[in-house]
Design a protein around this ligand. Structure first.
Ligand code: UD1
Ligand code: CA
Length: 458
């Protein structure tokens, strides 16, 4: 028997998002809203239950078998949603209910709520999270009896004027005694302004049946921001980014302007790395220590080793070694692996390229499907012609080879170690080590030929 089972309510329609994507699958700081909540849920219970609705059929596939799933065919309210998970929760002592659209909720907070109900003993039917902010949004109000005990929750839409004056709000995060919840939920009736089965009505039912209801008050309501609109999504995103950046700053990462530095959940950055404004780190990205990422660099699923600098560049699915300089204006595409102490400069694009240590690819070059050794120098405007319209081919360049400016390598070719290719050459066959290759069209010089043209223009 599990002590705690978490149920995540994620079947709401999310109409106010005006989106074809289910609300809880919208992302904030690189992770879906449900993903944030799911992470907290997993820390608190084995196999949390996700209640999802129609239009969100991708949820089970997306979140996989670390969770169990209950489908809510019709959205008849939060109480009805919990009812859908009856089979999954019935063997637990306590049921924790979280909302799938509250990405800011912290594990510590949920654990504190769990402690509250345990400490209160077996007579306690529910512990709920509340807050009393200065400005009151349209949340459910927590009603207390003459002795100050929680005796009910009244929804904003059902509240009488004097109830609307209540400052204490229900944040929609609960820990129930499972047996008491299952009893109470059977008796819910949709007799209210929204004709829904309100989970919140369970509080009054439990109270009337003699259970106590405890509350845990949050000093800062921000954790309970629910995302219902795109504006709230942006607000949640900003708060999550702040959280990510604060943790990185504490761990020794420098940021010139944290508010303008965009780092997704799960990205790692080593100490003494300096991030300039406009840096975007996404997906499974790992940055070493002592790196400098200058303005306007977007790195996705990319690994950078220690001491490397990147400026104004886009790196997707790349691996870069130590002490290497990338950019400005470099574009590295997937399967690119660059060694240590390399130099990759402006308007260089690479795809599926392996670049050895100390190699320079300084400007205006395309390296696609190629393996370069170490200490290679590619001049300006080198192109690996890797595609013949049907197939892609791989070329290799040996250590210390020198490839002059405007060389075309018609793949597949092999350039031997130390070979020297003169500028303007087109390589179509393999080059032995240490050879010199010049493949230029002979130039023709006609003295005085152009003179007449200049005169005509005058
Ligand atoms: C709910 C609470 C309210 C609280 C507020 C805090 C109820 C009746 N009211 O109101 O007291 O102050 O949260 O944000 O619970 N959902 C389903 N199936 C449904 C309906 C909702 O899965 O049929 C899910 C939603 O996806 C959402 C959560 O339950 O994650 C809350 O539902 P929502 O409709 O947003 O409730 P509120 O009206 O905000
Ligand atoms: Ca809500």
């Amino acid at each position: 028997m599990d002590e705690f089972k978490v149920v995540i309510l994620a079947a709401g329609e999310g109409t106010r998002m005006k989106s074809s994507l289910p609300k809880v699958l919208h992302k904030a700081a690189g992770k879906s809203l449900l993903g944030w909540v799911a992470e907290v849920a997993k820390a608190v219970s084995q196999k949390p239950v996700v209640v999802y609705g129609s239009g969100a059929e991708t949820i089970p596939d997306t979140f996989g078998n670390a969770f169990t799933y209950a489908r809510q065919e019709k959205r008849l309210g939060t109480g009805h949603a919990v009812m859908m998970a009856k089979e999954e929760i019935k063997d637990s002592v306590y049921t924790v209910v979280l909302a799938g659209d509250m990405p800011l909720i912290r594990e510590e907070t949920v654990r504190a709520l769990c402690e509250t109900i345990k400490t209160a003993g077996p007579g306690c039917g529910c512990a709920l999270l509340t807050a009393s902010p200065a400005v009151t949004p349209a949340f459910g109000r927590v009603v207390r009896d003459g002795a100050g005990k929680v005796c009910g929750i009244v929804e904003d839409k059902d509240a009488a004027p004097e109830e609307k004056e209540i400052k204490e709000l229900n944040l929609s995060i609960y820990c129930f005694k499972t047996s008491a919840l299952l009893e109470a939920i059977q008796t819910l009736r949709p007799e209210n302004a929204q004709h829904e089965y309100y989970l919140t009505d369970c509080v009054k039912i439990l109270y009337e049946r003699g259970y106590t209801v405890e509350s845990l008050s949050l000093p800062d309501m921000q954790e309970a921001i629910g995302v219902n609109t795109r504006a709230q999504l942006a607000q949640a995103e900003a708060a999550l980014r702040r959280r990510i950046n604060e943790a990185l700053l504490l761990s020794g990462v420098s940021m010139i302007d944290p508010a303008a530095t965009y780092i997704d959940a799960g990205v790692t950055v080593g100490p003494d790395t300096l991030l300039y404004p406009g840096v975007i780190l996404q997906g499974d990205t790992k940055i070493g220590s002592g790196c400098t990422l200058y303005q306007g660099s977007r790195l996705v699923d990319t690994c950078i080793a220690d001491g490397t600098t990147v400026e104004n560049s886009v790196l997707i699915g790349a691996v870069v070694g130590r002490q290497t300089k990338i950019g400005p204006y470099t574009y590295l595409r997937p399967e690119t692996v660059i060694g240590d102490r390399c130099r990759v400069g402006d308007f260089v694009e690479m795809k599926n390229a392996k670049i050895g240590n100390d190699t320079k690819v300084s400007h205006l070059t395309y390296v696609g499907d190629a393996v370069l050794g170490s200490e290679v120098n590619l001049g300006c405007g080198v192109v690996f012609a890797n595609f013949d319209g049907q197939e892609k081919y791989i070329s290799t360049v040996g250590d210390k080879a020198f490839i002059g400016c405007n060389t075309n390598l018609i793949s597949p070719v092999r350039v031997g170690k130390g070979a020297y290719i003169a500028a303007g050459t087109t390589i179509t066959k393999d080059i032995p080590p240490d050879a010199l290759v010049i493949g230029r069209v002979k130039e023709v010089v006609k003295p005085g030929w152009a003179k007449g043209r200049y005169r005509a223009n005058k």
